[in-house]
Design a binder for this molecule. Structure first.
Ligand SMILES: [Mn+2]
Length: 348
């Protein structure tokens, strides 16, 4: 198990030196943020991100994320050129020493929350999701004011995009994912890079858009599209785990056993009611997931990949990027490392 930490490189105000001081954290998870989606990540751009990380004594082996262009998800005629670019990015990343690429196949919105600074009873703030708040929004008719939504589309562009997706149901999205994977996985095998799909967050459809990576059977289907060690998953505990239908201990055991988990996002969620949740502290007692049982399932089934503490709260007066402040994620890393040590020593 290699403990890593997400960092937004020159857009992040947390110094790498601070991250290196968190016990057991050995690597950084980041991305190239200034190349438009769909274009090739050049070797120069990748090395510019890598160098300061290496200089700080940390490793650079996991990318989160290489975004998949909407035309690939929609199966548009332009997709072959975009997939060729994606393949070249994979080759360039492999040459730079990257071992794992996290990506997702969520149409338009990526992760979604209704509140980025939800106040908890101890005064800390966290990301939260309230289904009713989301249901009250209609992005096709009103200005969308979703927290965290980067507004990279104008209202008209967004309407056009949503219109295109009206022709794409779950099965069509699966077909487009299959087309993409069959093209890129052979390139990954040559480049020595593992793809790790991030589950949909939250794992249910929103704004009428299809979402497919939502549960165990979806993960089964995903890994069976191309049976390769390079076709794996990012086991995001909080994304899948905010649906009580997902038994995270069982899912962790099953896919770790099959060698399909190169990367884990470890965080807890507290399910407040159906389709509503708060992102709690990492401890089992803080949320709805049994973190000990999940890590033990990973350990017992031979997990040897990368893990990182996922979203943290903002605590101790920190005004950090929502979900990505320093303090609570550092506490999370220490907690997860402690659990791992205890599990390991209990086997001796
Ligand atoms: Mn995640």
């Amino acid at each position: 198990m290699q403990m890593t930490f997400r960092w937004y490189n020159r857009f992040d105000n947390i110094p790498l030196e601070y991250i290196r001081q968190i016990p057991y954290v050995s690597g950084i998870v980041t991305a190239v943020y200034d190349i438009p989606v769909g274009e090739v990540w050049t070797k120069e751009a990748i090395l510019a991100v890598k160098q300061p990380i290496i200089d700080a004594g940390l490793t650079f082996e996991v990318i989160e994320s290489v975004p998949v262009h909407e035309d690939i998800k929609m199966g548009a005629p332009t997709r072959d050129r975009l997939i060729d670019n994606y393949c070249q990015t994979i080759r360039n990343l492999g040459e730079a020493g990257i071992k794992v690429i996290c990506y997702n196949f969520m149409p338009v919105f990526d992760w979604l929350r209704s509140d980025l600074a939800h106040k908890l009873s101890d005064g800390s703030t966290c990301l939260a999701f309230d289904q009713q708040t989301i249901l009250n929004m209609d992005p096709s008719v009103s200005e969308l004011s979703l927290p965290g939504w980067d507004e990279s589309y104008t209202k008209d562009e967004l309407s056009a995009l949503l219109e295109c997706y009206k022709n794409i149901d779950h099965e069509k999205l699966w077909e487009n994912l299959e087309y993409f994977l069959k093209k890129i996985i052979p390139v990954c095998e040559e480049a020595g890079v593992k793809m790790a799909i991030h589950p949909d967050d939250p794992p249910w459809s929103i704004f009428g858009l299809p979402r497919i990576i939502t549960d165990k059977s979806a993960l089964e289907r995903l890994v069976s599209i191309v049976d390769s060690p390079c076709n794996g998953i990012t086991l995001c505990l909080g994304s899948l785990g905010c649906s009580p239908k997902n038994d995270m201990v069982d899912i962790a055991a099953e896919f770790a056993k099959r060698g399909k988990v190169p990367f884990v996002h470890a965080r807890n969620v507290y399910i407040t009611k159906e389709n509503c949740f708060e992102e709690s502290a990492h401890l089992s007692s803080s949320g709805s997931l049994d973190m000990y049982a999940i890590l033990k399932a990973l350990y017992d089934n031979g997990f040897d990949g990368y893990i990182r503490p996922d979203h943290g709260r903002n605590i101790w007066g920190e005004d950090g990027r929502p979900g990505y402040g320093l303090y609570d994620r550092a506490l999370g890393a220490a907690y997860l490392t402690g659990l791992w040590e205890a599990i390991n020593k209990s086997k001796e």
